[in-house]
Write a new protein. Structure first.
Length: 331
């Protein structure tokens, strides 16, 4: 298997505050000063099991303005372990960055590729491994800075869908990276029916990991998915009519003995949730429903993410009967 699974969701935040005209690497004489706004950029991560560290070493924030001029800004706090920033915790990378109002495109963070000794790296029980990022950068969606306004965006890296292992090295691919305007996003706290977990483990006891262990995962789909028959596993491509998940996160037990999952920084809108205890059989590079042993076990129902007045609303979603248990659904 090339995928590790089942640790808590991680959030690490890159803070960029903008209030004036930025530096450019172009020799073209800049225009007169423009009105400016504030910008905050965040990066979140849902990592994999058996990974002890995901070390990112960033270099520059790069963007192109409306005049076609490219701007490059050195990251102030470029080296950090994503696993140190779980849930809604944050890591500030940049502050006091000045940006003129206007539209910015081709926005991305460049990274220092890792060879195991320096740069980006992954540590697991087998040691430290080099970590590459597809094309050498983490992409971010285009954004607009409005004068006198503070804009906050979050860059999400879903390692369940986007990190692959090739030989001794790991790679983060852009398929697992998205960004969102925080004014229009919300968080989801999912309450899992413990009966679902028990039933899944009992039905698929022969497919467990050594020691009878399972990897419980929640899958998020667009609202075009209306039932479990349309839910795909994590894979790079499909030959059937199933829809790929847009987020995958582990289900874990809290201090009160309740099973739940957390999905942060989701664009407001409608979604659908799927559940399986067979996450250890879901290789992100292959179709494990048709070519493997993975089974999507339960349809967790429709989910609406509300952002709230200023973004960041915490939405609670029940799968089955939630923490009360006893819910039964077909698969």
């Amino acid at each position: 298997m090339t995928l590790f699974k089942n640790v808590a969701a991680v959030t690490s935040v890159v803070l960029i505050v903008a209030c004036g005209g930025g530096d450019s690497d172009s020799d073209i004489t800049p225009p007169p000063p423009q009105e400016t706004g504030l910008l905050t950029v965040a990066i979140t991560d849902a990592p994999m099991d058996d990974v002890e560290m995901v070390w990112l070493s960033l270099n520059e924030l790069v963007m192109t303005d409306e005049r076609g001029l490219q701007h490059r800004y050195a990251v102030h706090n470029p080296d950090f372990d994503l696993l140190n920033f779980q849930g809604m915790d944050s890591h500030t990378l940049m502050s006091g960055l000045e940006l003129a109002e206007g539209r910015y495109r081709n926005v991305h963070f460049t990274v220092h590729a890792g060879n195991g000794n320096q740069g980006c790296a992954v540590e697991n029980a087998q040691g430290r491994h080099g970590l590459q990022v597809e094309s050498g950068y983490l992409p971010m969606a285009d954004f607009t800075v409005e004068a006198g306004r503070h804009h906050t965006h979050t860059l999400e890296v879903d390692l369940y869908r986007g990190m692959f292992q090739n030989s001794e090295e790991f790679e983060i691919r852009h398929i697992g990276i998205n960004s969102v305007d925080n004014r229009h996003m919300g968080h989801v706290i999912g309450e899992m029916d413990p009966q679902w977990l028990a039933d899944c483990e009992a039905e698929f006891a022969s497919k467990s990991l050594p020691g009878g262990l399972f990897k419980h995962l929640a899958y998020l789909y667009p609202d075009s998915v209306t039932g479990i028959a349309q839910m795909a596993d994590s894979s790079t491509s499909r030959n059937d009519q199933r829809v790929l998940p847009i987020a995958v996160t582990p289900i874990f037990i809290g201090e009160q003995g309740d099973w739940h999952f957390v999905m942060g920084y989701l664009p407001k809108g409608n979604y659908r949730v799927g559940y399986s205890c067979l996450g250890h059989l879901d290789d992100p590079q292959t179709d494990d429903i048709n070519d493997g042993e993975f089974v999507m076990y339960r349809d967790g129902g429709a989910l609406t993410v509300n952002s709230g007045d200023n973004g960041g609303h915490q939405n609670v979603h029940q799968c089955g009967n939630g923490h009360a248990g006893g819910g039964h659904g077909g698969h």
